[in-house]
Write a protein that binds this ligand. Structure first.
Ligand code: G3I
Length: 305
């Protein structure tokens, strides 16, 4: 294949990107996005603060712009994200207990129902585990409603959109030997054993010199897949430049291709200038839209299988 989506498609996988609604009018941006990618994640527009700015008043304008652009260009959509400790609307941030639990479940139900049939995969819960050595849950207002908040969110999402794949999504879960990775793994194993409706696990994959691509990435992906879930790389970016960056990108693609249930890769933006990282060059296209060495290494690795 001569594009990322075509090359990934040769093994039945997708290649995606995060899209920002306010960049779709930039023709350099939308031309690259349309040509190279066939899975789209809204970078911010489907988060809780964007879709429910006031309690029980839902706002889908910017999210719809992305979903409509994706669907009219033949792309699938990854919904991001139904429940998260971060990017909560102001009214939710200071809630607690039963009222917060019910507000969260109502949000999951309303948003997943509104988009029923249009979402390939939902990130149902995002970033619920703590960093560091505990392997436990992150403290948050949602966690304090009870440890079962995550499974409750998954059950509500399944009921609202039975056709969508339901994913748990987190960062720093790439290295198999990290406590956080083990914590998420144990949760997924528990969910599968008790019939909690989870279909997949997303690995954000935000890498830099302090958090490099682990050499055991394939082990991590393979072990999660063996629990009976699909795995995806969901927000890939790698700080750096040149051949070092290109090699690290290649390693991530290789790890995914080595696991049958690793069904796709999404990079977190189109050009370096679109990245959430204010400075730095972590993506596959430079600020002018030129293909970088990292692009070529990803494309070649996808084509090599
Ligand atoms: O749109 C407003 C603008 O009107 C305002 O003037 C400006 C002033 O701060 O803020 C703008 O909103 C910003 C938004 O990005 C759009 O640029 C927010 O402040 C800023 O917080 C927000 O950052 C996003 C971040 O998530 C928030 O959680 C990044 O774009 C987005 O790339 C990032 O994505 C996350 C994933 O959702 C989860 N995993 C990690 C990943 C990277 O942090």
């Amino acid at each position: 294949g001569s594009t990322l989506q075509a090359a990934a498609g040769e093994s039945g996988r997708y290649f995606g990107t995060a899209i920002a609604a306010n960049r779709l009018s930039d023709s350099t941006y939308s031309t690259i996005a349309n040509r190279e990618f066939n899975m789209v994640t809204a970078e911010n527009e489907m988060k809780m603060d964007a879709t429910e700015p006031n309690q029980n008043q839902f706002s889908y304008g910017n999210a719809d712009r992305i979903v409509n652009w994706a669907r009219s260009n033949g792309k699938q959509v990854r919904g991001h994200a139904l429940a998260w400790h971060s990017q909560q609307p102001g009214w939710m941030q200071n809630m607690s207990g039963t009222s917060l639990r019910n507000a969260m479940l109502n949000h999951v139900t309303q948003v997943a129902t509104y988009y029923r049939g249009k979402i390939h995969t939902w990130d149902v819960v995002n970033e619920a585990f703590a960093d560091g050595s505990s392997g436990g849950r992150r403290d948050s207002n949602l966690q304090r409603t009870g440890n079962d908040w995550i499974e409750a969110a998954f059950r509500a999402a399944r009921a609202a959109d039975p056709g969508a794949k339901l994913c748990y999504n987190d960062y720093n879960t790439d290295n198999w030997s990290h406590a956080k990775t083990q914590g998420v793994y144990n949760m997924v194993r528990d969910f599968k054993s008790r019939g909690v409706p989870i279909d997949c696990v997303g690995f954000q994959a935000h890498f830099n010199s302090g958090n490099p691509v682990p050499s055991n990435y394939d082990v991590t992906l393979r072990n999660f897949a063996a629990l009976g879930v699909d795995v995806q790389i969901t927000e890939l970016d790698i700080e750096g430049s040149g051949s070092s960056q290109a090699q690290q990108y290649q390693g991530v693609v290789q790890a995914c291709l080595s696991v049958a249930r690793c069904t796709g890769i999404t990079v977190w933006g189109v050009r370096d200038s679109d990245s959430w990282r204010a400075s730095g060059t972590p993506l596959l296209f430079d600020g002018s839209g030129n293909k970088k060495a990292a692009y070529t290494s990803v494309l070649n690795q996808l084509n090599a299988g």
